[in-house]
Ligand binder design. Structure first.
Ligand code: B4P
Length: 189
């Protein structure tokens, strides 16, 4: 069993690298961004609330994302481990993840942060926005707020894992394949 938290600011490449890692290591990919967008596209009342928060670049309340992850962990079946992509994004989410995994006799084995300079992040998000249709990728003010929210509310999650000696940082300024190679060197399963 191997559980990886893939971390980093918006647009740092978590989703891109998680897809490649899942293929190579046969892990289950849990992206809270994808789960929230699925709920949003259903057009439920909850989906509408999520859309309004995402469109402003704000975080969705902890309780909502924690329950989404709890349900997936509880119904895990026979898996080799998880890649948590975009979760945890607050210290409260990190603490809850530790508890949820302990209840299933598991633990976070490693947290890898993808490091990218802010101007590159903004360019990558805007470029994705041209094709993806994601409204939170098209508005520079929303992107700026997402990065501010990361700096004020999310980056402290690093301290949580650093204190447990699980924190690793990888530069993602090069190509997707170069970064993937660097990530694989850290993952020894
Ligand atoms: P996410 O869906 O997690 O969005 P993201 O941070 O932009 O994605 P990511 O870092 O995975 O970027 P990607 O690989 O696609 O979250 C969206 C919103 O959901 C949040 O703002 C928040 O509102 C909400 N949310 C999600 N989780 C939450 C939680 N736990 N708690 C509360 N709220 C939550 O890469 C971006 C682009 O860069 C892509 O186009 C990719 O092709 C490109 N790219 C990547 N690596 C590259 C490279 N090496 N070179 C060139 N381009 C590269």
């Amino acid at each position: 069993m191997f559980n990886l938290v893939l971390f980093g600011p918006p647009g740092s490449g978590k989703g891109t690298q998680a897809c490649k890692l899942v293929d190579k290591y046969n892990l289950v990919h849990l992206s809270t961004g994808d789960l929230l967008r699925d709920e949003m596209y259903k057009g439920t009342q909850l989906g509408k609330e999520i859309q309004s928060l995402m469109d402003n670049g704000e975080l969705v309340p902890d309780e909502i994302v924690i329950e989404m992850i709890r349900t997936r962990i509880k119904s895990k079946g026979n898996v080799e481990g998880f890649i948590f992509d975009g979760f945890p994004r607050t210290t409260k989410q990190a603490e809850e993840l530790d508890t949820m995994l302990k209840e299933e006799n598991m633990d976070v084995d490693m947290m890898i942060t993808l490091d990218v300079d802010e101007d590159i992040l903004i360019n990558r998000i805007l470029k994705r926005g041209e094709k993806s249709g994601r409204s939170d990728d098209q508005n520079p003010a929303t992107i700026k707020n997402r990065i501010d929210v990361y700096n004020t509310r999310t980056s402290s999650v690093i301290d949580h894992y650093r204190a447990q000696n699980k924190y690793v940082s990888v530069d993602n300024m090069g190509t997707i394949d170069e970064t993937f190679e660097k990530l694989c060197k850290h993952i020894t399963i």
